[in-house]
Design a binder for this molecule. Structure first.
Ligand SMILES: C[S@@+](CC[C@H](N)C(=O)[O-])C[C@H]1O[C@@H](n2cnc3c(N)ncnc32)[C@H](O)[C@@H]1O
Length: 282
């Protein structure tokens, strides 16, 4: 069977099972089996595939279609900031919205060397991408999950940033070391009552520790803001990603903790997704 025939067959099966991204998913799964990037693989039209490759492809398509496993977990990779991050079920799959945060911070700190803290680093996608842009910066990445931290370390080694990042297995509540110019966090922010509304692929496969923000979704956000007040240098910046509809409440918590909002970042659907604020000393 050829690659084109397999992609068509796989994509039709995904479509029948209500997977919206059926074509691209089938393309990514087959190119991953062939060991090439999707772009390169699609340029080589109609390759003859081996029996072993066909079997592996059918297996992945079935898991995607019937169990709704996310493609990133099936191939253990996710593209973020034009890099291929290793992922597994111990880390959140990096999201395109988070790339907007990296883009904004890379522009803002261009030519500077901020000392950075990434709270809840997960796959390490934020700090590794940012240190790729800010070549003389250093940072600390913490996560309450030791398993996540192992993946983050692996990614930082692959992208040559491991000498500039110190990884610490800790909750933000117990972290008191150093003072930072920039603190970034994409914390868990899903309110418990909203869990049932999440996509099945997220609910079933992504780590609960990476999603669960407590009763109102703001438990970890509060901890991040409260701690940042103590461990940011004067005029340091806090950049925090928030969930849909959380802006007003988070804005109040920031004000109560003497932060002044500097920029807001909207996502592709025009929801306020990130708040960048500085400590307000007056
Ligand atoms: C939404 S994920 C973000 C992962 C990654 N930074 C990203 O943007 O893709 C949140 C991460 O915070 C970690 N986490 C949850 N509670 C924490 C806490 N109290 N202190 C430190 N990390 C925490 C989780 O283990 C998870 O890796």
């Amino acid at each position: 069977m050829t690659s084109n025939e397999l992609i068509k067959k796989g994509s039709n099966f995904l479509k029948k099972n209500k997977i919206k991204s059926h074509i691209i998913d089938a393309e990514i799964l087959l190119s991953s089996i062939s060991g090439e990037s999707r772009e390169k693989f699609l340029l080589k039209s109609n390759l003859e595939m081996s029996q072993k490759q066909i079997k592996s492809f059918n297996n992945l398509i079935t898991r995607r279609a019937l169990k709704k496993e996310p493609v990133a977990y099936l191939i253990n990779k996710k593209e973020f900031w034009s890099m291929n991050f290793n992922v597994c079920k111990d880390v959140l799959i990096p999201r395109p919205e988070t790339e907007i945060l990296v883009e904004t911070l890379a522009k803002y700190f261009k030519g500077h060397n901020p000392f950075i803290l990434d709270i809840g680093t997960g796959s390490g996608c934020i700090i590794v991408s940012l240190l790729q842009e800010l070549k003389n910066s250093k940072g600390v990445a913490i996560d309450i999950s030791n398993k996540a931290l192992k993946i983050a370390k692996k990614n930082s080694r692959i992208y040559n940033t491991s000498k500039r990042i110190k990884f610490i297995n800790a909750s933000i509540s117990n972290f008191n070391s150093f003072k930072f110019d920039l603190i970034i966090s994409n914390p868990p922010y899903v309110a418990r009552h909203q869990f049932k509304n999440l996509d099945i692929g997220i609910k079933k496969f992504e780590p609960k520790l990476a999603l669960d923000g407590g009763n109102d979704g703001l438990d970890v956000i509060r901890k991040v803001i409260y701690k940042s007040r103590k461990i940011l240098k004067n005029n340091g910046m806090l950049a925090i990603e928030i969930g849909n509809g959380q802006y007003k409440k988070v804005s109040q918590i920031l004000k109560l903790n003497k932060f002044k909002e500097k920029f807001l970042i909207n996502d592709y659907k025009d929801n306020i997704r990130c708040i960048l604020s500085v400590q307000n000393h007056y």
